[in-house]
Design a protein around this ligand. Structure first.
Ligand SMILES: Cc1cc2nc3c(=O)[nH]c(=O)nc-3n(C[C@H](O)[C@H](O)[C@H](O)COP(=O)(O)OP(=O)(O)OC[C@H]3O[C@@H](n4cnc5c(N)ncnc54)[C@H](O)[C@@H]3O)c2cc1C
Length: 292
């Protein structure tokens, strides 16, 4: 199957990308192409203009300052995995990227493409939400920064407007005493799309959970923060959070209650709820082990 005829653009900067995007009302950004080209070939979408990010070097930088890590959206998953800054401050993101597709997919596909596709089963969003990430969006009218949690509207729907581009992901550096973990459940070891996923971020002080975030993926139209699981986890005593403990089981159940899964070929709704209950508990115990 071939893609239909379209104009191919290779701008050299974000400013030029925005200019090209706004010169047509049916232009789309092409990053690694692992989602968009598949959809074009399947006839799910059509574009008169494809605007490649391959020459936009400003989007291929990972940097840090005192408080944050900044990830250019055209960084591929393999570049994120190998980044020293990511390994040092956001090692859970590196682990999530390493669970995506195959080596070939990770060499092409970008972190920006992963969040902009906005599939509820995508692997980077739960971890970025758990890290309380924001994104910078640039368009004709200028720049805005929004919390990532406000970006996702529905499965494959975001608040991004035609002619805009997501330029960077801004992630606060975790505080001392923080542990983060991502659990992905798929139907096979490799090349597996999440059937259920959970990311947990906890910060501990004096043996109790000062702050936490439990994010559930592939069990609702968007990756979402489980408010009830997070509320139960906040203030819990570390010594109570043991395998099989009442509070841990309650938190797992709360995450499951916050889900609205669908039945599809990868799993039924009740199956996803049951997996989510267990996966949440496992992610919490692993996040505790990861505390630095
Ligand atoms: C075989 C295979 C296996 C896969 N396995 C997984 C998996 O395990 N986990 C997973 O999460 N995903 C998986 N995917 C999906 C896909 O690889 C990822 O979502 C990937 O990160 C998409 O990135 P991309 O650069 O290829 O995006 P593209 O396909 O280039 O773009 C995707 C969408 O985002 C838009 N876009 C891209 N960058 C920007 C930007 N900077 N600003 C605004 N809009 C932008 C595009 O216009 C398009 O709408 C798989 C795909 C394939 C083909």
């Amino acid at each position: 199957m071939y893609i239909s005829d379209c104009n191919y653009h290779r701008p050299k900067s974000v400013a030029e990308t925005i200019e090209v995007l706004n010169s047509s009302d049916n232009a789309a950004i092409l990053a690694g192409g692992t989602d968009i080209l598949v959809e074009i070939k399947k006839g799910i979408r059509q574009h008169s203009d494809l605007v490649s990010l391959s020459d936009v070097s400003e989007l291929k930088i990972i940097s840090e300052d005192k408080n944050n890590v900044y990830i250019g959206t055209a960084m591929t998953h393999n570049e994120v995995i190998k980044s020293d800054v990511i390994c040092k401050f956001l090692s859970c993101l590196s682990q999530a990227c390493s669970k995506i597709g195959s080596e070939q997919v990770r060499n092409m596909a970008t972190i920006g493409g992963n969040i902009c596709t906005a599939a509820s089963c995508c692997d980077t969003a739960p971890v970025l939400l758990a890290y309380n990430a924001s994104i910078e969006i640039v368009g004709k009218g200028g720049k805005r920064t929004i919390p990532l949690k406000d970006f996702f509207v529905f499965n494959k729907k975001t608040t991004l407007k035609q002619g805009e581009i997501v330029t960077k992901i801004i992630v606060p550096k975790p505080a001392k005493g923080t542990g983060v973990h991502y659990e992905k459940f798929g139907l096979r070891e490799a090349m597996s799309i999440s059937v259920v996923s959970v990311a947990v971020n906890i910060t501990v002080e004096n043996n109790s959970i000062l702050n936490s975030c439990v994010v559930i993926g592939a069990v609702a139209p968007t990756p979402r923060i489980s408010k009830n699981a997070t509320d139960l986890l906040n203030g819990s005593n570390l010594s109570d959070l043991k395998e099989g403990s009442e509070i841990l089981e309650k938190i797992g159940q709360a995450a499951s209650n916050d889900s609205i899964p669908i039945d599809d070929i990868r799993g039924g709704a009740q199956y996803r709820r049951d997996i989510l209950t267990t996966l949440t508990q496992r992610a919490i115990l692993s996040a505790i082990k990861n505390i630095k």
